[in-house]
Design a binder for this molecule. Structure first.
Ligand code: TYD
Ligand code: MG
Length: 468
């Protein structure tokens, strides 16, 4: 290997440098550069010399729908957009212990049951360990082919023999290594090289390949963000360690939508699908407590009701604390600023904690109104009606803006027995759910006044009951 080929590659972002330095100039991380050999191959089967000519085609040519293969797990199919696409490569990322291996052994088993050839390659566990897990899941008799291997060339050679497998799981991409790259296993270059080889195999053979990727502390798929760009779809497996709920979310998908989620529950017998997640997320509510509001959200095409919990308490610190789980801290700051500026709610002397129940993560701005309601409810010590849902976006001017799919949010609320909904002043036609009283609020100030009035009435009733 010539000296010129040597380079130092940042293990965090993949940037290459000609000499070692303490800090990566590309991503700003310290101590992430490590020495790696270059890529020996210039590409698949390339000889140096003149390029080969190829025919260009018209855009107006015939198009084929991506041939899909349902895996038999409805929540997983929903996230992939209707099943695994042949010849596509999927990256599944998630914290260690979240259940990636469990989900994928269940998926391979389900496909094997449907009569397809499926292969599960583990680079982390011995075959006996994988068998043990399968036994626990009651999948012992499924026709899944197993191997504990890490050499990519050997894996591809083996898979190319006989009938092409329909589904290949590589658990995990970080443990794979290829001869084509002269770096230690686990380095960015190795991971990238191995992923490239496996992607080439998928495209050539038509097998669907799933790569498992670990996630770093800050939530990125470890080392190679580059792999995220190379694959067709990236699924993130999320969940709080203490909760049994797991959410599979499409982060990127070349063949389908990216806003769908699949909801699972980790049980003693593996992952169980949760077809009706609203019921699950609302199953452990503290009814009648101040500081909780039910948000009627939408995840992809599916409405989802979740509880938002807030605690506003006088602070003993110079700078009050703002802590938020499951929601964007920037949106919390914004809602707090709007409450201060337009609604006369002073929060400068209060710590603010906000939590989305059940380990769910809310990403849509429609959650603003529910969060604001929970915050004001906690501050005023006035419980919100427990049978009401909230949704709406709060703008910086203090107005409550309409959001998409109001009708399906209201429908879900009515279905789960809610009696009221606090919503933006929106399309009036979308308010006809039987048994659901829709209360329109045009501004956040209006909502705050309503909650405060309810709180005062409650106090009066209480003292009246005590002394009267
Ligand atoms: P695993 O799939 O090994 O996680 P990953 O591959 O993402 O690291 O799941 C490990 C966790 O799941 C472990 O803490 C035990 C738990 N688990 C169950 O609760 N029930 C089960 O049936 C199985 C197989 C695992
Ligand atoms: Mg695993």
């Amino acid at each position: 290997m010539s000296k010129r080929n040597l380079s130092f590659v940042c293990q965090n972002c993949g940037a290459a440098f000609s000499r070692w330095q303490g800090k990566c100039e590309a991503c700003g991380e310290w101590n992430t550069l490590s020495e790696e050999g270059g890529d020996r191959s210039g590409g698949p089967g390339r000889k140096p010399g003149r390029g080969r000519l190829f025919a260009l085609e018209a855009l107006a040519g015939e198009a084929h729908d991506a041939p899909r293969l349902s895996c038999g797990i409805a929540e997983l199919d929903r996230v992939t957009g209707g099943g695994f696409v042949r010849g596509s490569v999927l990256l599944v990322g998630g914290d260690p212990g979240i259940g990636k291996s469990t989900l994928l052994i269940q998926a391979t088993a389900a496909m094997a049951r449907a009569g397809h050839r499926t292969v599960y390659i583990s680079g982390e566990e011995a075959v006996a360990q994988v068998r043990l897990r399968a036994e626990r899941l009651g999948l012992r008799d499924c026709n899944v082919e197993l191997a504990a291997e890490t050499a990519v060339e050997d894996i591809i050679a083996t898979l190319s023999e006989g009938t092409t497998p329909r589904l290949v799981v590589i658990d995990s991409i970080q443990t794979m290594w290829t001869d084509m790259v002269e770096s230690a296993p686990g380095t960015v270059t190795q991971v990238r090289g191995s992923a490239q080889a496996l992607i080439r195999f998928a495209k050539k053979s038509g097998a669907a390949v799933i790569l498992v990727g670990h996630v770093t502390k800050d939530g990125q798929i470890a080392g190679p963000r580059v792999v995220e760009h190379m694959v067709d779809a990236v699924l993130a497996f999320e969940g709080e360690g203490s909760h049994q709920f797991r959410i599979l979310r499409a982060v990127k998908n070349r063949f389908g939508p990216t806003d769908e989620i699949g909801v699972f529950e980790m049980t003693g017998a593996g992952l169980r699908e949760v077809p009706n997640p609203s019921e699950l997320f609302l199953s452990e509510r503290d009814l009648g407590q101040p500081g909780t509001a039910v948000f009627a959200g939408i995840e992809g095409t599916r409405p989802l009701l979740v509880e938002i919990q807030a605690l506003v308490a006088p602070t003993s610190l110079g700078t009050p604390r703002r802590a938020v789980v499951g929601w964007d801290p920037n949106r919390l700051s914004m809602v707090l600023a709007v409450l201060e500026a337009h609604c006369g709610v002073r929060l400068g002397g209060h710590d603010v904690y906000l939590n989305v129940a059940g380990g769910m993560r809310i990403q849509e701005p429609a959650g603003d109104l529910a969060a604001a309601a929970a915050l004001v409810s906690s501050l005023a010590n006035a419980p919100l009606p427990s049978d009401a849902v909230y949704f709406g976006e709060v703008s910086l001017s203090g107005a409550v803006r309409p959001v998409a799919q109001a009708a399906s949010r209201l429908k879900e609320a009515a279905k789960l027995g809610f009696k009221g909904a606090v919503v933006p002043e929106a399309a009036r036609s979308e308010r006809s759910e039987p048994g659901l009283t829709v209360n329109e609020v045009g501004s956040l100030a209006r909502l705050v006044a309503d909650i405060a009035a309810a709180g005062k009435a409650r106090m009066a009733a209480k003292t009246g009951g005590q002394y009267g």
